[in-house]
Design a protein around this ligand. Structure first.
Ligand SMILES: C[S@@+](CC[C@H](N)C(=O)[O-])C[C@H]1O[C@@H](n2cnc3c(N)ncnc32)[C@H](O)[C@@H]1O
Length: 337
């Protein structure tokens, strides 16, 4: 039998998941579910989140806290722009507060408005040396990621965890968390003071889970080399279209070329719609040559739908994207109605 809490969770979370503004700023639902499960395993008393956007990830952490019947989450966000919830532009803090209330999480979630570096002093006494789980998903610039780490890491309890989101720059387009991880590794803090794993996620943005192993204070600064290395790779990719000089072997991205043709004549079909539900309903139309080119797929099996006017729709066509083949072609034939 499903617990009442779970029914509740699916209703509110489904609603937030489906708001026009939700993704990709909010984490992918699979990643959010992982946060929920991870929180249930860690059983924290205090979770601190930097960057809640409209509270999608927050609701997942909070749900786990509610089910374990103890624990609170403090979530900080600048709330500095409005969002489209389907009823026009709305104040983002109000949206987050609305869902906090709707899910009866008022006693579990506290939202703090402000920049993480600036509000630290206001909440220091509540979080000092008390954080069991710190989630950093705020300012993803190098400066921002280092500032958040250096400001909040000391308040994580020994044995506590940090989660960093967006660690694969070529997919998420930001490099702060990446440079932070590489700097921690190079500085010898990993594995001496911090245990660290990097994980690929369904959206390709990736997360890293770090565990604090001792009470040693850790402060890091980005080396110019780390920043410039990433910039060089970014520029290289732009110029050559080649994503191979990647820092992340666990993040191999594959270029796939889909060609949609007439099942009888093999002629390319222009304007056919390609839809991939596994990648946030990614939607593309074929060019005059019948092709859609996607350079960011992961080695996975994807079920896609292809439709075109005058043709019967092909549903759940299997794209078996293999690892280690950097470019893969798929021809999809459609039958005339
Ligand atoms: C990617 S969104 C967070 C998404 C959210 N964690 C989720 O998955 O549902 C990043 C958020 O961080 C906030 N932000 C960026 N820099 C910040 C800072 N220095 N302090 C507080 N919030 C910040 C932005 O306003 C934005 O809402």
């Amino acid at each position: 039998m499903q617990e009442p809490d779970n029914i509740y969770r699916s209703e509110v979370i489904k609603e937030v998941d489906q708001l026009p503004c939700s993704h990709p700023a909010s984490v992918n639902i699979d990643v959010a579910n992982l946060y929920y499960s991870f929180t249930k395993m860690v059983r924290p008393l205090l979770v601190v989140e930097i960057g809640c956007f409209i509270g999608f990830s927050t609701l997942h952490f909070a749900q786990a806290l509610r089910e374990q019947t103890f624990g609170k989450i403090i979530s900080i966000d600048a709330f500095d722009w409005d969002v489209d919830t389907g009823n026009g532009e709305q104040n983002r803090q109000e949206v987050a507060e609305y869902y906090r209330k709707k899910s009866n999480m008022e006693d579990i979630i506290t939202y703090i408005k402000g920049y993480s570096g600036q509000v630290y002093s206001d909440i220091a006494k509540d979080i000092e040396k008390k954080i069991d789980l710190l989630y950093i998903d705020g300012d993803h610039s190098v400066k921002g990621a280092f500032e958040d780490f250096n400001t909040y890491y000391n308040d994580v309890r020994v044995g506590g965890y940090l989660i960093l989101h967006d660690i694969f720059p070529s997919m998420c387009g930001v490099n702060g968390p990446r440079v932070l991880i590489d700097t921690l590794k190079k500085s010898g803090n990993v594995p001496k003071n911090l245990d660290l794993i990097e994980m690929q996620t369904r959206d390709g943005f990736g997360i890293s889970i770090l565990r604090k192993l001792n009470s040693k204070s850790v402060k890091v600064t980005p080396a110019i080399d780390d920043v410039s290395e990433l910039l060089v790779k970014k520029v290289w990719r732009k110029i050559t279209g080649d994503s191979s000089p990647s820092l992340m072997t666990s993040n191999q991205q594959i270029k796939i070329i889909i060609e949609v043709v007439d099942g009888e004549t093999n002629k390319p079909i222009e304007g056919a719609e390609f839809l991939c539900p596994q990648r946030w309903n990614e939607q593309r139309l074929t060019e005059a040559n019948g092709q859609v080119v996607l350079d960011h797929y992961l080695p996975n099996r994807y079920q896609v739908n292809i439709s075109a006017p005058g043709y019967s729709t092909k549903e759940d066509f299997l794209l078996d994207v293999k690892a280690e083949i950097t470019e893969q072609n798929f021809i999809i034939k459609l039958d005339k109605i």
